[in-house]
Design a protein around this ligand. Structure first.
Ligand SMILES: O=P(O)(O)OC[C@H]1O[C@](O)(CO)[C@@H](O)[C@@H]1O
Length: 521
């Protein structure tokens, strides 16, 4: 990035940006919103509350050209193996192109549709012949967070035939044990969702679930009626004993954190029906077309990505807060934590060299009105400068007077906070002084439904990709997660053998304290 001609220009421009107060940009230009927003059918990105002039923006657009963003976008959409460290394409966009599906994808959609149909029409029955009422998705990371976030968001518009959905991910087992207390084995179906089908978290929980069903089911065949596998690893699903018609496949060219568009989205299809799931894909596809064909300045995903680069690399902001003003998006921040930080939390370039500039933001978030009563204090008066994404819906979730009342209150709070962060307020009492100047985007969508949710997620995915191109990093691998897994296995073996030899003194000390407490009780 640093060798690109526009980098130096942006560095110089950023000195002026650091010297000006964000609010002054609004004072100088009463029409600032018109100049700094991008509109698409169904959504608006307002980035007028960024500390950015038209000249800064032009240089960012030049930086994108110099980084060959257009070529990289083509590589993404034409299936080049741009995940070079794993020798794979990043093909999540292929899954959303319903007009031109790959044959292997169509085959799995058909299989998934059949399973959805069998659950909805109560043909899929458990060991005792009773129909399935509850579905538990067992998975972690990309095999959990996307479907969890989407099905929570769309719960209010589910198919009347949808079963109750539950999600279990934590390997400590308590989440699953608590859930099982309230479920009946006869009517519960488990989805074992794992791209690799080797993740210990998921496999250990699946084993516990299986033992639970086995403790009620009189036969092995009856037990297996209660399990569906979703994976790229057909041999491992086979070895686990899953029935062939209960095995859904996807492919190595779908990254884990991009897999909610694949058969990993089974819970979404069970909740929304296959048609609803396809509306979700369609929303994402519309953004794919927009991303691939729209000039950068009018391209929402490109602008989102470039704004982040400006804030992170030139204005030195490290934090990004995700603030949806809608409780239906309770799990959005958790989902984006993986999408953004597992993708761009990298420190080597594509050619394997250490890089000497910041990459990924530290992202966190919460439903906006709740966050106001939690961490907004830091954003208004702390020492950290952070960027925020406010997410808002124009349509209320219902039509009653009370719905309208709450909706207006919600809109007012969202707009008030982004304004307060921007303008601040001077006061003689330093405790009541607000520096302001905190930058934000506002993403306004018409409504929250499957299609608009698909649009939003695809926008964030592509924004992550844009940033990775500017930073010259591979956003599609995740080698950083491997070391901890390896050490966990080594320590697990030590714990089982009650042996601490060779471990560092901190690990030894903690293990011995644990064993002491266990012996005393
Ligand atoms: O779907 P799997 O293979 O069980 O992996 C779950 C998650 O684990 C990770 O590999 C990280 O450990 C994620 O990238 C992935 O989404």
């Amino acid at each position: 990035m640093k060798q690109l001609p526009s980098y130096r220009i942006l560095e110089n421009l950023s000195k002026q940006a650091k010297d000006r107060h964000l609010a002054s940009l609004f004072g100088d230009d009463t029409n600032r919103f018109e100049e700094f927003n991008v509109k698409l059918p169904g959504l608006i990105l307002d980035y007028s509350k960024q500390n950015l002039t038209a000249e800064d923006r032009q240089s960012l657009l030049n930086l994108a050209e110099e980084a060959k963003l257009t070529e990289w976008i083509e590589k993404l959409f034409t299936g080049e193996k741009i995940n070079h460290t794993e020798g794979r394409a990043a093909g999540h966009t292929f899954l959303r192109d319903l007009a031109d599906p790959k044959a292997e994808v169509s085959e799995q959609w058909a299989k998934m549709e059949e399973l959805v149909e069998r659950v909805h029409t109560k043909q899929l029955r458990g060991y005792s012949g009773k129909a399935i009422t509850d579905v538990v998705n067992i998975g972690v990371g990309g095999s959990d967070l996307g479907p969890l976030m989407v099905t929570h968001a769309l719960k209010g518009v589910r198919s009347p035939l949808a079963p109750e959905l539950h999600f279990v991910s934590t390997l400590d087992g308590k989440q699953l044990q608590r859930l099982l207390k309230n479920l009946s084995a006869e009517t519960t179906l488990f989805i074992i969702a794992s791209k690799s089908f080797t993740t210990i978290d998921t496999l250990s929980l699946a084993k516990t679930a299986r033992e639970w069903v086995e403790s009620f089911s009189p036969t092995q065949a009856g037990t297996m009626q209660h399990f569906i596998g979703v994976s790229t690893n057909a041999p491992m699903m086979q070895e686990w004993g899953l029935l062939p018609e209960h095995q859904l496949l996807f492919w190595e060219w779908v990254g884990g954190r991009f897999s909610l568009w694949s058969t990993i989205g089974l819970t979404i299809a069970l909740q929304q029906g296959m048609q609803g799931f396809k509306a979700f894909l369609q929303g994402a596809h519309e953004i794919d077309v927009h991303f691939r064909t729209t000039p950068f300045k009018d391209n929402v995903a490109v602008m989102l990505g470039l704004i982040s680069v400006w804030n992170i690399n030139f204005l030195n902001l490290a934090g990004q807060a995700i603030l949806p003003y809608d409780s239906r998006l309770k799990y959005l921040a958790s989902y984006l934590e993986q999408l953004v930080m597992e993708s761009n939390g990298k420190h080597v370039s594509r050619s394997g060299e250490m890089i000497d500039y910041r990459t990924c933001p530290i992202l966190w978030g919460e439903v906006g009105p709740n966050a106001q009563h939690a961490f907004y204090q830091l954003m208004h008066q702390g020492t950290e400068r952070v960027m925020s994404d406010f997410i808002l819906y124009a349509e209320a979730s219902g039509k009653s007077e009370r719905h309208t009342f709450h909706h207006h209150l919600n809109i007012a709070n969202c707009l008030a906070q982004s304004r307060a962060l921007m303008v601040g307020k001077t006061d003689d009492d330093p405790n009541k002084d607000y520096p302001g100047g905190q930058v934000s985007n506002t993403l306004l969508f018409d409504k929250l439904d499957a299609k608009h949710l698909g649009m939003m997620i695809a926008l964030y995915e592509h924004s992550v990709f844009v940033q990775s191109v500017i930073w010259d990093i591979n956003p599609f691998d995740q080698w950083g997660v491997e070391l901890g897994k390896k050490i966990a296995l080594e320590i697990f073996q030590k714990i089982e053998a009650k042996d601490t030899e060779g471990l560092d003194s901190s690990t030894q000390g903690i293990l011995q304290s644990i064993w002491k407490t266990q012996n005393e009780n």
